[in-house]
Design a protein around this ligand. Structure first.
Ligand SMILES: *Cc1c(COP(=O)(O)O)cnc(C)c1O
Length: 389
């Protein structure tokens, strides 16, 4: 196996337990969309429930159905379900559905009638992001509430939740967070005024859950944790890194050195000859590339961690990342050998690069670094059985 991602399910359980604590009496929904941010849907969903999450959340219905097919019965919310999605199966499989529009409501009610089961819905309210959900304080919102109230009266649906999403929760000091909460509160007031009672209200993501300031104002009755359960910081600059947040990165990405060789000063490295060696050195050819999800534009502030002799050392990327491989500068006196395994990213505890380093080196966020890992990279789950209390 020339490359693989180790996924530490104990670390995931511990991260979930930390968020659970931060959620207090509110429930915790563990977000496992996009194959659990690249970590593997089913093992991570199970570990999240073991760690104390009461709900699971996904974007697509297909993801929710995959959870059910594996025997997971926990309450599950799906929130990105375009018209034409298989609502019949969702309702049959006891999946909660998010409703952002009258069109969605109509489709879900029709499916519920066909299947003979009352669908459970969460009203999705746009409080400022202009993305998902019905715009709060709009005529669309009022019409949607009226239609929902009518459907409840006729026993066609059960309304479980009303929810929204933050645009800038990873900047805890931004006034926009407060504004979104205020809009959410006004929307909830309107809903109550219409006579509807909705038990669950939720708006917080990882960043809002982890920031004391926003946790206090955005707790409501449920919090949705995504990136933090995988042990990564929502934003290192504004919120601190994993360690300072008490999180443990869950994924360690390892790859083999396809080749180690001495190359002399003046040689160019890789496509476009974008790097020229300034001194004689030893290069390592790492057996992963952009086909595996390694960002092509990653620069030399990322690389691999090589165990050679005492401890280990970082070997930065040199030249451009190619489809199946990239080159690192091991240093002239490196004892790394052809065939050795190196760490592409890990928790950083012994000096490895982290997913945050890779994000920084390629102008993106850690979310994308882990999620974009391709299907050619096997995931190996460690600690299937809980090894600590
Ligand atoms: C992805 C997602 C989350 C999780 O966000 P994190 O920043 O990863 O915690 C929460 N809610 C919704 C609606 C999402 O799409």
């Amino acid at each position: 196996m020339r490359a693989f991602a180790e996924v530490d399910l104990d670390a995931l359980r511990a991260n979930v337990a930390l968020l659970r604590e931060k959620a207090g009496s509110a429930r915790l929904l563990a977000v496992v969309k996009a194959d659990a941010y690249g970590h593997g849907l089913i093992p991570c969903a199970k570990a999240a429930l073991e760690g104390g999450a009461q709900w699971l959340g996904v974007a697509l219905l297909e993801e929710a159905l995959a959870l059910r097919a594996s025997g997971i019965k926990a309450r599950t919310l799906a929130w990105m379900t375009p018209l034409g999605s298989d609502f019949d199966s969702a309702i049959r499989e006891d999946i909660d559905l998010s409703i952002p529009s009258r069109e969605h409501l109509k489709a879900v009610i029709a499916s519920g009638r066909k299947v003979g089961v009352r669908p459970r819905i969460h009203l999705e309210i746009d409080t400022g992001m202009s993305r998902g959900g019905v715009m709060s304080e709009s005529s669309d919102f009022r019409e949607l509430i009226a239609e929902i109230a009518d459907a409840v009266k006729r026993d066609l649906i059960e309304v479980v939740g009303a929810w929204s999403h933050f645009a800038r929760a990873d900047e805890p000091e931004e006034a926009m967070n407060e504004e979104q909460v205020a809009r959410f509160d006004r929307a909830l007031d309107e809903i109550f005024a219409s006579g509807l009672s909705i038990p669950l209200h939720h708006i917080a993501n990882s960043a809002a859950t982890l920031s004391d300031r926003n946790n206090a104002r955005a707790r409501y009755s449920m919090m949705r944790g995504g990136i933090a359960i995988y042990g990564l910081s929502p934003e290192v600059k504004t919120m601190g890194d994993s360690r300072s947040l008490g999180l443990k990165p869950v994924m360690t990405l390892k790859a083999q050195l396809q080749l180690v060789k001495d190359v002399s000063a003046g040689s160019s490295v890789g496509y476009g000859a974008s790097a020229i060696l300034e001194r004689d050195t030893k290069l390592g050819v790492v057996a992963m590339g952009y086909a595996d999800g390694i960002p092509r534009n990653a620069n030399s502030s990322a690389g691999v961690f090589v165990i050679d002799g005492k401890g280990g050392r970082r070997a930065p990327i040199i030249g451009r990342v190619s489809m199946d491989q990239f080159v690192v500068d091991l240093g002239k006196d490196s004892r790394a050998k052809t065939g050795d395994f190196v760490t592409v990213f890990g928790d950083g505890a012994t000096g490895e690069y982290t997913a945050d380093d890779w994000a920084h080196a390629s102008g993106t966020i850690s979310y994308e670094i882990v999620t974009r890992l391709g299907p050619r990279v096997p995931r190996i789950w460690r600690n299937h059985e809980r090894s600590s209390g």
